[in-house]
Design a protein around this ligand. Sequence first.
Ligand SMILES: [Zn+2]
Length: 235
Amino acid sequence: MQPITQALLDLQEIDRKLYRVESELERLPAEVAQREHELAQIEARIAELTQQAAATRRDAKEVEDYTVGMRQRQRKLESESTKGKIDAAMLASYQHEIRSLKRGISEAEDEALRKLGAAEAIEKERAELEQRLAEERRIFEEFQSNVEKELAVAKARQAELLAERQSASAEGVPPEALELYRRLLKTREGEALSELADGHCQSCFVQIPRNLGVRLAKGEIVQCPSCTRILYRTF
Ligand SMILES: [Zn+2]
């Protein structure tokens, strides 16, 4: 094997592990943030339902207060009607008003009941969400403490690998090849090299034109035309 290829393969060995560790270091906090966001959404919904329930109960109370006024008026008219000194026209008018008050009271009572029912349904939904939130928080706390442990392990491993890479020699690798290698590490998920075997790139399985194989044999840096990884042969 070409010494340049061998040097890059040695680096790749370390960088592959480093890539995985660094992906973990990015993924774990992102997952914590995502879960925190989900908890905040539940909390916001609970606050919304709390407000809705209070507003609906206030509405119901207003309707009830309104029926109190109508009942007072009804009782007053009823007592006026039983006093003897009232003429027939007045009595008829009182009775008409009493009938319409009774209708109004009955409708208002129905409305107040409907509103109370609605408030109870909202409060039930809120209570269920609060229970879910408590459960989700418990799960989250467990998850978070696991993440902290995993992060500590990953950071230690990252430091080890960085030290290992520091001491790995890239001697004999031309700077432009090294730069290409580093760029590919980033864009190709930590795999900058790919084996050429049976005429195919072993990463993307595209067929490699013969002339590229010839150039590779001459010791040139050759990239796969499809996945752009640096090709190597193991023999
Ligand atoms: Zn390829």
